[in-house]
Design a protein around this ligand. Structure first.
Ligand code: FE2
Length: 346
């Protein structure tokens, strides 16, 4: 009876954003995936999301929509007026708040969650995120009226010692089987030195080639040696990356004050970075159930609620980790300033 209940839950997850082939034997079933389960989720998730995006299109510039749908990203250089950008960088640098850290191989990611309370204390960031034009663009690119969860993020590339595991985000991959929006408003220059975002333009469409690749991956994912691939975040070989987009991987070396919004259903990676370097940005992401037919109403209540839910989840992870005598994957650190010194704005 218990087993039946578990299978009902796993079966129900087929129409959600659940992605792990290893954790869910229905999603990971070779037999079902041979019949096309995974490919059907990819294809229908994409087109239902596009339908919701169409409902959110009014007021979004045609050029932005076209770039996002054809290439998988929107890029806006010199996004904020110069004075506003400088004030934002300075305010972020002097802000004192709770920082959480996630360590992956030789990279450490530091984030300050921009809850409504934090934003009230950081009006320079609030002004950016409250802009109606940006909200419309976020809603369109995520295919949902709920706004992304936003953070201040600093990615630090450690000085490695022999034997240190490589940062897994530096391998080309897709985040999941469904369209997912991530954005960066870079607060400093991004170069080959500090790990530019690498993206394969045109790799966000469910073309015949892409679906064939998804199909082949779905037959091996549940038993795949790579933990991330088995969890539904497929790693992508250089050869596959070269043929699944309209061009090869592109590194976004950009000036500070550049806004980048990308669909991480597309093939991407964190670029190589010099040890000791770091990269500071306003960062956020949005992912919703891809099978929802409607984009929601975007009430402020739900936007605020998602911060409370995430905060509670992090606290629960802390408690569980403490009971095991370890640190949670996103643990709090003593440091309360995101950078030692404000980056040079350019
Ligand atoms: Fe990713």
């Amino acid at each position: 009876m218990k087993a039946l209940g578990r299978y009902l839950v796993w079966g129900g997850e087929v129409v959600t954003g659940a992605k792990s082939f290893k954790a869910n034997p229905v999603l990971g079933s070779v037999r079902l995936n041979r019949l096309g389960l995974h490919v059907a989720r990819v294809w229908s998730g994409y087109w239902i999301t596009r339908l919701r995006m169409a409902l959110l299109a009014p007021g979004v510039p045609t050029a932005d929509r076209r770039q996002f749908n054809e290439q998988g990203f929107v890029l806006k250089e010199n996004y904020l007026p110069e004075a506003q950008f400088k004030a934002l960088v300075a305010a972020v640098a002097r802000f004192d708040g709770e920082i959480r850290e996630c360590c992956q191989g030789d990279a450490r990611t530091h984030r300050i969650l921009l809850t409504p309370e934090v934003l009230n204390a950081l009006p320079e960031a609030k002004a950016v995120l409250d802009d109606p034009a940006l909200k419309r663009l976020f809603r369109y690119c995520s295919g949902h009226a709920r706004l992304p969860i936003c953070h201040i993020e600093n990615v630090l590339n450690d000085l490695t010692e022999p034997g240190t595991r490589r940062d897994p985000q530096k391998n080309l991959h897709i985040d999941t089987f469904q369209p997912t929006m991530k954005f960066w408003l870079y607060l400093e220059e991004v170069s080959e030195e500090n790990g530019p975002f690498v993206f394969v333009p045109g790799s966000t469409r469910p073309t015949r080639e892409r679906l064939k690749w998804e199909y082949a991956m779905s037959l091996q994912a549940s038993r795949h040696a790579d933990h991330y691939t088995a969890s539904g975040s497929f790693r992508v070989s250089a050869e596959d990356a070269a043929r699944l987009g309209t061009e090869g991987p592109r590194a976004f070396c950009v000036k500070g004050n550049t806004l980048l919004i990308a669909n991480t259903f597309g093939i991407h990676a964190r670029g190589e970075a010099a040890p000791g370097s770091s990269r500071l940005a306003l960062w956020g992401m949005s992912r919703t159930n891809p099978f929802l037919p409607l984009p929601g109403l975007g009430f402020g209540y739900f936007n605020r609620l998602q911060y409370r839910v995430l905060t509670r989840m992090r606290q629960r992870d802390d408690e569980r980790a403490a009971a095991r005598g370890t640190l949670s994957s996103w643990h709090r650190i003593e440091q309360t300033r995101i950078v030692d010194e404000p980056p040079e704005s350019n």
